[in-house]
Design a protein. Structure first.
Lengths: 708, 708
């Protein structure tokens, strides 16, 4: 599996396509596929393969693929599931480069289907042939008019060429999304649906689209990912190429995830991990189909502001307020305009409110050139790097739109790179010239603000580019992960070696050692029973706090052992941990768990009610940098508690970020051998004083991991 | 002001309209208003009043209103601001019943404008004449073709008659909203914009629309409300009439509220209070314009489910998952279908996933009658009281839509009352027959789910109807509210008289009394200094906890006085409060503050980080019932802490709800005399043990309140 896979080029740019199972009835899948390939101007060669009829849809058919003269770049298989393996073998024999299997009845159905599908994949791999599907809807290339799909949606209109590519794991969703973009007036480059993904998967198609020179923006639909590394590689390539990826990932809710699992054979990983991965790679996660298409449309303008200084202009004061509300929710900055800009605005529109939002009132519609002047001032003296203008119903008025087109075209020439969204009810054909000048036209003002927020998030991500800091280095000489869960003391020793600060402590194995440890660490101390058989020490009376002297420590040792022996007679007791009492810290929880798809995932949250009641946690796939750890820390609702809320001192967030990043590096290095780590609590001390793990549990995966 | 105001009937149903300042230029406001009145079939009499021209737009004009023969029901004033007062006087002299003032330049500009506006209002009141505006866009009645507005939006299409009414404080927004509904294919009944509201306000128009037999659904746009009682009366009337009100209230954010204040002369009250009021009265609060119009559209079907048992059907499994995600977010129940329903579904569509969401796959499109069968099963054996069906692009296919129309019409005849939303990309004219059968058609599946959630919330509100429980009765013999803030002990005595449980305590004025109080209450006790000059007792060393004996209490008394005298020498000390130590409670905060518009508002939150860090609070306008207090308690994020989270006992939520409701009744009874109440903490004890106010502060409004 380490040899590079053959390219997907023949899938999207085939010179010849054979339809295996082509039929004459264009109402059937088998007939529609052939019809779509021959009806819309595809310049390559199309071969119909039909074992029973020498003529199909008015063209000669061959009985078998081997009868096709010359090479075949791509084959579409539309025979019943039972006949698919033989057809795939024919393709391999013929030296076909890519195969699309539409037929359903494989891994999505039962174990036999899974086996048949695996057989197809093996055969393809052996033959160096790429397979899309089974149970998919194929692919198309709008520029070459290569429509290798049984979709019937061309009946109501063809896709126009454009710079948006679509990858969908679901065929029906892919078809819907193509019609949605078409009806929105958006042009497409490449389109592919991956179905059961026996070979070619979502990530690989995504990466192909990123590399495709005709594609600038990619819309993705996914239910689950199988190969994290491929997905990450594709997303990194998108960042490098500054191509925005907009993703609709379903299965957010428990019910949704259950339904997704029954719908495809995908492994649906924990949804929060996808959110974290998308955030890391600058992917906008769409909430629904309209969202997906609107953000995709917005990206086609290619303007990605980095500052997020938003100017709002409205001919209705009320809608100005509405947009300001929405901007506040979206975290955009709507700065009061500089006085000079306000003065200039007042000069040209004396009756306007000029702070920001600017309320021009509808009177500007009588002198449309004022709208252009207003915009120029916002961009120049106003210093906005994005502007949203609400023009109500101007987009339905041909005369006004003609005037406005000229006025705004001139502004655009002076400020070619700034994002300007015009929001108006419109007739699409009237606003085309504005779109061609690089303006975005969006009907709903709230949506316009959401769109700006998305473009700013892309802008910031692209500005960081590939310069994302590296995770910290793994310290040398780390002890190997034990085969079974180590005790608390040992677990902390391992974490300390991994660079995560732990509370100073000693393991005492006698009352005398306890007294000595206390004296060495300095009283008062905390004492707790040490046993790998006991998870909840206080529940068995295994903890003593504020132990003040050597004598108390010695007595405490005896008392602890006695209490715990009574409460948990079966537990093996290793002794007692002695540690200094630490106050003034904020309790946090650092955790690692293993995700089936994404491997070790690091969780962060504040202790107590934040995790237990509010589920206020955030996650990231390991490993990650200190910078990303800082982002995580700021994501939780309880962050103000670390930042000096309620008159407390600010905490050492930097030390916490270092600990999180190092934990992620350690976890990633253990890979599949690790089941979980719990650092609970990790105490964050006041700024400059660091922090430390007070309790820790490391659980290796044991047997389940198998040989590495 | 107690005499009932004359009806708004002449505003919406005038038999004659005079345009004062009518001009010949239909590009001007003065010309357009006349043109709109005479061009679209209004059967009433229209008079042009122009002091300089005897003919305007081809019809004879009179020089003055007094020259108009016969009565005038309504006058539209379109003269410059300076000439408006004289025009209003003319109207009064003529006995005009309603006046619409379009002219701007009044309260929204400066103090002189405010004064002029107040003069107009006084004149109108005296004359028994109703005034809309100034600074508004007028009103229209689609059925009678009475278009008394200067909107130019009729240029691109007239509103169709229908059953949606629109009330907007903003003229520009009102015009935009009318075009938005028109483009969405929705019909209107009445439309009015209220502008500066010198006389007729939003609430009054809302109430008129509620009473209007041609209006079923009301869309409202508001920036602020001046008269809470009128608004509440209108909303109660809407509930009684089962007419859904959909409201877009702007000024959610701080920035938005600031912008709104500069935009109109409205008092923008605290936004959360509006949310609370809307929730109480079953008003759906739209987030934006699309939301407003989509929910308005959905309401026109008149189907308001009460159970929220949602069935999902999709020809794309992926979209089924997407809808399930959205339903989970919206709090809708997507129950697994009963086995009988699943069996029946499997029988007719063997390849379908039949649990819920039902995934029929796109194959059903080849046998469209299966879609009808599927729906019938969902409604019958499935027990769903609402269904959303995703049909991708079927709505663009004339042949399929024709078949589907027949199939679904038959299902509708059997289940006339159930809410069914079809989601598909569509050509509007193709789906008309389905809409006429009572189906809702919505393009975006996520939006379809949001719409169902809104309709369910109306359904539940209407089902409760007028049967909302009353607030508790105010106990008899309440002590009067003191003129200045009472001390803590007195404040608690007042609250106790109002029916709010307070912690048992005694005010000791000597060491001996402190010892006796402790003995009477039972040791250990808490002791705190009592002084109306000291707000933060612990900061001056004014609190002692766990005082264990009579001797300790006596010494404690002396120690407290000594410490506090040193820390706050100027404070008058009344003695020391002695109270039993209470453990095991959850700290909550009950507060009352006075909202400029809504009067006393009650706030509830959990103590500590919940209020201080997370701002996790909820509010209601006082007074309210125990039932509504229960709702409030469940609204805060921290509710699980009261409900037994983290292994704690469940708290006495019922006692808390009683306390909140009684506090609201007490606060409402004090009205404008009260500035604020803080009960912090109110300790909620384990279930069955009640709760009690541990500290309390009551602040009367003092001088500011004035004579009552």
């Amino acid at each position: 599996m380490t040899a590079p896979q053959p390219s997907l080029h023949p899938l999207f740019y085939p010179r010849s396509v054979a339809v295996i199972g082509a039929s004459s009835d264009p109402k059937k899948i088998s007939g529609r596929t052939l019809r779509n390939l021959i009806s819309y101007g595809y310049a390559g060669t199309v071969h119909a393969v039909n074992s029973r009829h020498p003529e199909v849809q008015g063209r000669a058919a061959v009985a078998s693929l081997r009868d096709v003269p010359g090479p075949v770049d791509m084959a579409a298989i539309v025979v019943p599931a039972a006949a698919v393996p033989a057809a795939v073998r024919d393709c391999a024999d013929k030296g076909v480069k890519s195969v699309v299997i539409f037929s359903a009845g494989f891994a999505e159905v039962d174990a036999a289907g899974r086996a048949a599908q695996a057989g197809i994949a093996a055969l393809a791999r052996e033959a160096g042939m790429r397979v899309v599907g089974p149970n998919c809807m194929g692919a198309f290339n709008v520029r070459t008019s290569m429509f290798c799909t049984f979709s019937s949606s061309f009946d109501h209109g063809m896709p126009q060429p454009g710079r948006i590519g679509i990858v969908s794991q679901s065929g029906a969703f892919g078809a819907h999304c193509f019609v949605g973009t078409r009806e929105r007036g958006l042009g497409l480059s490449l389109w592919v649906t991956t179905g059961n993904e026996c070979d070619v998967d979502f990530a690989e198609c995504l990466e192909f689209l990123v590399q495709d020179p005709d594609t600038d923006v990619i819309l993705g639909y996914m239910e689950g990912c199988r190969d994290k590394d491929k997905l990450v590689r594709a997303l990194e390539a998108a960042t490098a190429a500054r191509k925005p990826v907009v993703m609709l990932k379903v299965g957010r809710s428990e019910l949704g995830a259950r339904a997704a699992a029954s719908h495809t054979a995908s492994l649906v990983g924990s949804d929060a991990v996808y959110t974290a991965l998308f955030r890391r790679h600058g992917v906008f996660r769409a909430r629904g189909i309209s969202d997906l298409i609107d953000i995709g449309y917005a990206c086609t303008a290619g303007k990605f502001p980095t500052q997020g200084k938003l100017g709002l202009v409205s001919i209705s004061g009320g809608v100005g307020v509405l947009m300001a509300d929405e901007a506040a929710d979206a975290g955009l900055d709507v700065p009061t305009l500089p006085q000079a800009a306000q003065d200039e605005l007042k000069r040209i529109i004396p009756y306007a409110a000029v702070s920001n939002p600017v309320d021009t009132t509808a009177q500007v519609l009588n002198r449309i050139e004022l709208i252009g002047e207003n915009l120029r001032i916002m961009l120049q003296a106003g210093g906005c790097d994005s502007v949203v203008m609400f023009l109500s119903t101007v987009g339905m008025n041909p005369v006004m739109m003609e005037n406005l087109g000229g006025v705004l075209h001139r502004v655009r020439e002076r400020f070619p790179d700034t994002l300007v969204v015009i929001t108006t009810l419109m007739h699409r054909e009237l606003v085309k010239p504005l779109e061609e000048s690089g303006y975005l036209l969006i009907e709903d003002p709230s949506r316009a603000i959401e769109v700006v927020a998305a473009l700013v998030s892309y802008g910031r991500h692209f500005a960081r580019g590939g310069r994302r800091p590296a995770p910290p280095a793994l310290p040398a000489g780390l002890p190997p992960l034990p085969a079974t869960a180590p005790g608390e003391h040992e677990a902390k020793r391992i974490l300390a070696a991994a660079g995560i600060p732990v509370a100073p402590e000693r393991l005492a194995r006698s009352p005398e050692q306890a007294g000595q440890a206390g004296a060495a660490l300095g009283f008062p101390v905390a004492m707790k029973i040490h046993s790998r058989d006991i998870r909840h020490k206080s529940e068995v009376g295994g903890v003593l706090l504020n132990v003040g002297s050597r004598e108390e420590a010695e007595a405490g040792y005896r008392a602890l052992l006695e209490r715990v022996r009574k409460a948990a007679p079966a537990a093996a007791l290793d002794g007692v941990l002695v540690a200094p009492m630490i106050r003034d810290g904020v309790e946090t929880i650092l955790g690692v768990h293993r995700d089936e798809v994404f491997g070790p995932v690091v969780m962060f949250g504040l202790g107590g009610i934040f995790v237990e009641v509010l589920k206020d946690v955030t996650v990231r796939v390991a490993p990650f940098s200190v910078e990303e750890a800082r982002e995580m820390i700021r994501e939780v609702q309880g962050f103000p508690l670390l930042d000096g809320a309620r008159g407390r001192p600010r905490c050492d967030v930097e030390a916490l970020a270092q600990a999180l990043a190092r934990l992620s590096v350690y976890a990633a290095a253990q890979g599949d051998r690790l089941d979980s780590i719990d650092v609970n609590p990790f105490l964050v001390l006041p700024a400059g004083q660091g922090g430390c793990a007070v309790d820790a549990l490391i659980v290796p995966r044991g047997r389940a991991a198998g040989p590495d």
